[in-house]
Design a protein around this ligand. Sequence first.
Ligand SMILES: Cc1cc2nc3c(=O)[nH]c(=O)nc-3n(C[C@H](O)[C@H](O)[C@H](O)COP(=O)(O)O)c2cc1C
Length: 214
Amino acid sequence: MNILRINCSPRGRASESYRLSQRLVDRLARAAGVPEPRITEVDATALPHVDDDYAAALSARVDPDGDTLGRGALRQSTELIESLRNASHIIIATPMHNFTVPSSLKVWIDHVVRVRSTFEITPQGKVGTLADRPVYVAISSGGEFSGEAARQSDFLTPYLGYLLGTIGLHDVNFFSVQGTARGAEALEAARARAEAQIAAHVFTGFARKEPALA
Ligand SMILES: Cc1cc2nc3c(=O)[nH]c(=O)nc-3n(C[C@H](O)[C@H](O)[C@H](O)COP(=O)(O)O)c2cc1C
């Protein structure tokens, strides 16, 4: 078991999404019988935006892993993709910002969703090259974005599901603490709902044969 966790909140380890992701780590580890799983942490808030070399390499019809491998965002991208390929389980801890993913997560996405690396363009469309493996998304939001209490659109979960599918990750599972801005009592209730969601989930990834890593 080798968990890759992408932390996207500006509040770091004090964040609600990180807290929820830790519950997922604990449950995954317990269910797999691995008391201390290996966790590779990525602080998405510290990632630089993609740069001109990266953009040029991706738009050129050449393999960007050539002699430009060692430079700037290309190197960063290669390392981030490598950590994805090496992971048995992926956890994304993220707040909802403006109805969708925060800019930090978008930066990580721009680094790892890379043509001729994590996806290929085919006559049928974009096809992912990563071996499928479980992804758990721990979301925190100030208001509700699903269920009867929702008063806002959710561009986060459909976007992330579609995007991860593009690179070959189809086993995407969403968990959320919604309504963190509604006071302490509402927060406790939201956390309890998330706990119930986790308790009801069957964590199957560990039971399968470790995926053949792409
Ligand atoms: C820039 C920004 C945009 C936000 N946009 C939304 C939003 O669209 N919908 C929502 O429900 N909450 C929104 N929030 C509130 C956060 O989602 C909420 O505070 C969440 O619990 C933060 O999670 P964290 O502790 O993991 O960072 C926004 C917060 C910030 C800072």
